[in-house]
Design a protein around this ligand. Sequence first.
Ligand code: BG6
Length: 502
Amino acid sequence: MSQYKRPQAGHAFGDVGAPIDLALFGALGDLAQRKLFPALFHLEREGLLDPATRLLGLARQELDVDAFKARVEASLATYVAAEELDRESLARFTARLDFLSLDFTQPDGYAAIRDWRQGIERPMVVYLSVGAKIYGDICQHLESSGSLDAESRVVVEKPIGYDLASSAEINDAIGAVFPESRVYRIDHYLGKETVQNLIAMRFANPLFGTQWNQNHISHVEISVAEKVGIEGRWGYFDEAGQLRDMVQNHLLQLVCLIAMDPPANLDADAIRDEKVKVLKALKPFSDEMLGRDVVRGQYIAGTIDGQPVPGYHEEEGANQGSHTESFVAMKTEVANWRWAGVPFYLRTGKRMPEKLSQIVIHFRQQPHYIFDPDQRNLAANKLVIRLQPEEGIALEVLTKDSGLDKGMRLRRGPLHLDFHNAFPKTRIPDAYERLLLEVMKGQQALFVRRDEVEHAWQWCDSLIAAWESRDEPPRRYPAGSWGPVASIAMITQDGRSWYEDY
Ligand code: BG6
C-alpha cells in the first residue's frame, strides 16, 4: 500500500518542496494557464521551489521555448496581482521553463522527454491536465520510452471517468504504470486552506470533539454556490452535469471531512481510511426518497449583479433539448452510529446570486427549556464555517438581550473568527499552491485514493440510474436565484430552512 512517510514534527506543511522535474501535459490549456503556472509562480516567490526544480510544458501546438515563456508570462500578468509579480521572481521562474511540442497519443515523440531527463537524478512529477480518456496512453508511452524512474509520480485531475466502470478503467490504466503510492488524484477543494482547517477545527478543539454526533447535532447543511455558468465548457459540462462535476468530488469530500471519525494520526492513509468509511455509510437513494429528497435544476435566463445572464440553453454551443442539471439539492444521511438520523442537506448550483461555499452545523435544542416559549425557535447554536469567500468561522450563541426592560429575553449573536481580520498578514494561498507543494514533498494526505473515488461513484451512479429511469426534465430556476423553489420546499418539509445570514 502507501509508501507515505510520516512528516517529521514541524515539517508537515509549508517547508520547501524537494527538487523535481515537473512535466506538465496540457501546458497551454485553461487550467495550466489560469491556475497551475500562477500557483507555481507563487511558490517561487515564497522561496518554496528548490533551485534545481525544472518545469517542462507539453502541448500539441508547435511553439518555441521563448514563445511558450511569453504565453506563461502573459497568463501570470492576468492571474497574479500586479504587486506580487516582481521582476526577480519572474526571471527566476521563467528560467526554469522549457517546452516540448508533442502528440500525446502517439509514442514517437516521448523519447524527447527521456532525453530531457538524461543524467538527472531528481524524481519526475507528471501532471496530466488533459482529458482523462488519454491518461492511460500517456502513462504507457512515458514508461515504454524510458522517461520514468522509480520515484516518478503522476498527478491527475478530476473528473476521473463518468461513472464507476469508466473510472475503474482509467484507474487501471494509470495503475498499470504507477503504484497507488505514487498517484496523486487532485480534488482542489482539499487544497483550500479553509477545507484543511476543518480537520484542525474538529480534532484540535475538544469543545467540538464531544459534541460532534447525533446526540448534539440536528442537521448539517453544505452549500456550494457559484455565480459562473458553463464558461465555454459546454462539451464537458453537458455530459457531466452538476452531480458529477461538483457533488461526486468536492461536496462528498466536504461530507467526509465533517462526518469522519478522528484518524489515529495525520498520515495519508489514516485520514483516507476514515473518509472511505463515511462514503461507504452514505445511504443509497430509494425510489421514494428520489421524489422527496432530491431536486435537479437547470437555469433559465435571469439577472446577476444587475446584468442580464443567458439561460443554460442559450450558452455558447448549447443543445436546446438538454436535460442536464446545473443545480442539485439533496438530503442524505451517513448511516452509522455517529450520524444516524442526522440529515445532511447538500446543494450546489451554477448561476446563483453569489459565490459561496459554506457549511452550517445545526446543534440540537436544550432538552429542557426555561425561557419565554415564544423564543424557543431561537434556542439552537449553529456553527457556520465559511470556506469561501470571506473565510471564517462563526458560532451563533444566545445571550441575554441588554436593557432593564428586556427581562430574560434572549438575543442571537455570533462569536466570529474572520481569517482576514484575525490574521491580516497571512496571505491565503490558492489550493493549487498547497497541492503542488505536497506533491513535491511526496505527501499524499490531500489527494484522493482510488477507493474514495470509486465509493463516491458507486453512490452517485445509483442516483444517476434512478434519474435516468424516470427521465424527468430538471426544474427551471432563473439565473441569479438560489435554485428551484422545490429545493426550498425540500428542506421546509422537515421544518427547516437553508441558512442565509452570516
Ligand atoms: C471545478 C468544477 O472542479 O470546480 C467547476 O469543474 C467549478 O465547474 C469549480 O466551477 C469550482 O471551484 P472553486 O474553487 O471556484 O469553488
